[in-house]
Design a binder for this molecule. Structure first.
Ligand SMILES: Nc1ncnc2c1ncn2[C@@H]1O[C@H](COP(=O)(O)OP(=O)(O)OP(=O)(O)O)[C@@H](O)[C@H]1O
Ligand SMILES: [Mg+2]
Length: 140
């Protein structure tokens, strides 16, 4: 059976570089506390951090959930737009629309989405001008 065991939910605020990264580090601590193996935690930490930062940098804000099942962990992100006009382009390594002030903080390599996909067992993304939804599965 594939029933949800536990959901950790976070609200992500746009342009909030002070608390940015807090959700992914909280998820890391929670997964450790429930005994998830180190390799899986490392994958989820990368995925949730990149997804969280994309919501901070590129969206109007949104939600990030970490869902625990018996045999998988699923990161679900939903944001408030403006969305991604060309997903293929956005998935290309090195493509970034990050503005200069964000690049100065060390973001904008255009590696976030490709890395999320790389560390996932299943990756789904859909986007419209109402927002972007990302569902990433890591098998345990
Ligand atoms: N949630 C989002 N809403 C709108 N656009 C997004 C979102 N996530 C990603 N994008 C678009 O896709 C591009 C590529 O994202 P990706 O995470 O790969 O790179 P980046 O965020 O620009 O740089 P990096 O993640 O390496 O710091 C972004 O520059 C942006 O144009
Ligand atoms: Mg990114």
């Amino acid at each position: 059976m594939d029933s949800l065991i536990k959901r950790y939910s976070y609200t992500i605020t746009r342009n909030d570089f002070v608390t940015a990264g807090k959700s992914s580090s909280d998820i890391k601590g929670n997964l450790k506390a429930i005994g998830i193996d180190a390799k899986t935690i490392r994958k989820i930490a990368i995925i949730s951090y990149e997804a969280e930062m994309n919501i901070v940098i590129h969206s109007m804000g949104g939600k990030l959930h970490c869902d625990i099942y018996e045999e998988k962990i699923v990161i679900v992100c939903e944001d408030e737009g403006p969305g991604i006009p060309d997903i293929d382009k956005a998935m290309t390594e090195g493509f970034s629309t990050a503005p200069e002030n964000v690049r100065e903080l060390g973001f904008g390599a255009g590696m976030g989405l490709p890395n999320i996909k790389r560390y996932s067992d299943e990756f789904k993304i859909s986007s419209s001008d109402n927002g972007t939804i990302i569902v990433v599965t890591v098998l345990i």
